[in-house]
Design a protein. Structure first.
Length: 254
């Protein structure tokens, strides 16, 4: 087995640190968080800054992620086949449901958003492409975990975090929920991650019938639900979108 390159591992740890939590950190904070000497950390930051991967504020001296990461991330999105295949269908989904539409793929213990279509109204909205959402409390995450054993194992690692009073944190209840999701073909969450927000999602399958992603919508509970349940026409729209993207990937009819 090939040995990893320690300097690259350390640089990756610094980038991950700056990508989460407090986005601007000083040298001492970064060194402490990644467990390295200040001199070693300063050398890493200097090299990352030279490559445009981090930037240092000239006033405070604190570090943040650099603009070069945006270019690299855009390149990843532009070459991602699933995203390319799903663009038209997720745009249509947002237009038909008048809710925000999302495309996500599994990434560690989360769902990485590859595409986000704004709700087609005049409200102020924040782009979420690149955001990492929880696996166990979101409709996208449940749809992925219900069809992929590896994702299910990731979602069940350690204690399940409670984001609201409605988040399912009991492993047995979570497992039963995934069985229901697989049986009916779609997933939902109602206030499990964000208060007052409900979501519906369905898996995207490839030629081998493996779940490679999930599409879904998210909106205010009062718009997404009727009498406490997801509106059937919204569920149908999400499932139709997932089927269409799956057919683009060669899954055939299902």
């Amino acid at each position: 087995m090939a040995r990893s390159i320690q300097s690259l591992e350390r640089a990756a740890a610094v980038l991950r640190l700056l990508a989460g939590g407090e986005r601007r950190l000083g040298l001492t904070d970064i060194a402490s968080a990644v467990g390295l000497a200040k001199g070693t950390t300063h050398g890493l930051l200097r090299t990352l800054a030279k490559e445009g991967l981090v930037e240092q504020d000239p006033t405070s001296g604190r570090y943040r992620l650099g603009a070069e990461l945006l270019r690299l991330g855009s390149g990843y999105l532009d070459t991602h086949e699933l995203r390319a295949r799903a663009l038209v269908w997720t745009d249509d989904l947002a237009r038909a449901t008048r809710e925000s539409a999302y495309l996500g793929v599994p990434h560690g213990q989360g769902v990485l958003l590859l595409h986000h279509v704004f709700r087609p109204d005049d409200s102020r909205q924040v782009p979420e492409v690149g955001a990492l959402h929880p696996l166990h409390s979101t409709a996208l995450g449940k749809a992925l975990a219900a069809w992929d054993p590896a994702v299910r194992a990731e979602a069940s690692k350690g204690a399940l975090e409670a984001f609201t009073e409605l988040t399912v944190v009991d492993p047995a209840r979570f497992g039963a929920e995934l069985e229901r999701v697989r049986a009916r073909g779609w997933a939902s969450d109602v206030g499990e991650t964000w208060d007052g927000v409900a979501s519906i999602a369905a898996p995207v399958l490839d030629r081998g019938r493996a779940a490679v992603g999930a599409v879904g919508i998210s909106g205010a509970v009062e718009r997404v639900l009727a009498e406490g349940e997801p509106r059937p026409w919204l569920v149908a729209a999400v499932r139709d979108c997932a089927r269409s993207v799956s057919r683009e990937l060669g899954a055939g009819r299902f």
